[in-house]
Each structure stands twice: as C-alpha cells, then as structure tokens.
Design a protein. Sequence first.
Lengths: 111, 116
Amino acid sequence: RKEVEQDPGPFNVPEGATVAFNCTYSNSASQSFFWYRQDCRKEPKLLMSVYSSGNEDGRFTAQLNRASQYISLLIRDSKLSDSATYLCAVSRSGGYNKLIFGAGTRLAVHP
Amino acid sequence: NAGVTQTPKFQVLKTGQSMTLQCAQDMNHNSMYWYRQDPGMGLRLIYYSASEGTTDKGEVPNGYNVSRLNKREFSLRLESAAPSQTSVYFCASRDRNNPLSGNTIYFGEGSWLTVV
C-alpha cells in the first residue's frame, strides 16, 4: 500500500462548480500536510499548507482529519485556470522532513 | 531570481550510458532533494541532502548516486542507464531553518530523460 494515496481522477467539472479531493495517508507519525498544484509539463508548486484546524485561502479550503488519516481540498466556484493536477504531500516529524507525495488528482474545468 | 536551476532539460541516453543531472539553488537553502515522477506513481524521492556534506537514500535510490558538492549544488548521477529510469526528474530545495517558509519545497523545472 502506498504511503499517500489519492483518487487519480480526472475530475471533469463545469465552471462554477465545487469540487473536493481527498488524500489518505498511512503513517500516523505524519506531522505536516500540504497541497501542491502541478500544471502540465511544469514543476509542482505549493498551493497551501494544511493546518489541524483547517484553513482557507480564497476559493480553496483545506482540512485535516487525523483520526481517519486524510486531508481534503475543496475548490469553490471553479475556474478554467484551476485545471491542473493536485498533489497532496505529507512529511513525518524530525530532521529534514522528507516530503512524500501522492500520485495526484487531475482536475479539468470546462466552460 | 533563478531559484532552483537544473540541467539538462531534455536528454536521450542509450542503455548503459552514464550521465549526471546538475542542480543548483541560489536561495541559500540547507536541504536539497531529487525526485522522479512517473505516470500513476507521483513524485518519488530518490535521494536527499539535509545539509552540505550529507546525503541519504529516499524511496527509490537504486541505480543512482548523488553528490552534494557545496551548499548550492546537488547532482544526480546515473552510472549505467536503464529504460526503467526513463522519467521526469525534479530537483528541489528547502530552507528548513526558516520558521516562516521552512515547510515550503521549491522545485526546479524538471529534466525529461529517455533511456532507449
């Protein structure tokens, strides 16, 4: 079983829709959680960190459920420009914090 | 503002050939990483370097070697390339001592490697 798992999608949604992605992790020692965005043939870029109490950045909301070991990303009012692959990443405590990534969920927003 | 720069961007190798992927960062970061990305597998950590002079294996180190030449540079070497090493390689860095941005990993633009 992979340490970090995501539904690969693709999620095809119309503009304006609300879409949610989940990501599960298997290591209960995981301490830090992130969502990255990756455009086609580009490098991943940090979208947002995920805090224990949940956090919001504009149309994006991230949540953490430690008991069930998953994180989620909610995108409201989807835009065409949100089309990308969304990668979740987790790191364990201590030292240099290796980031372990999920395989990514592809989102396609259509007019 | 260059950030993380890796070269080459594209390379085709024959099986058995060797090559080195170069990576440099100008952000004075302590930690550097090499990942590979394959369809359906996501990003997998090959090697990392917590600081100058140290390197450690990641999830998929077999077939690779690394050198942390100085604080700026972290190279990845394929001694005898195999078709299974066809992938996109990303170098990354992080400033683990910065309480504000310490969890942010910055990636290079990627190197597309094909082994035939």
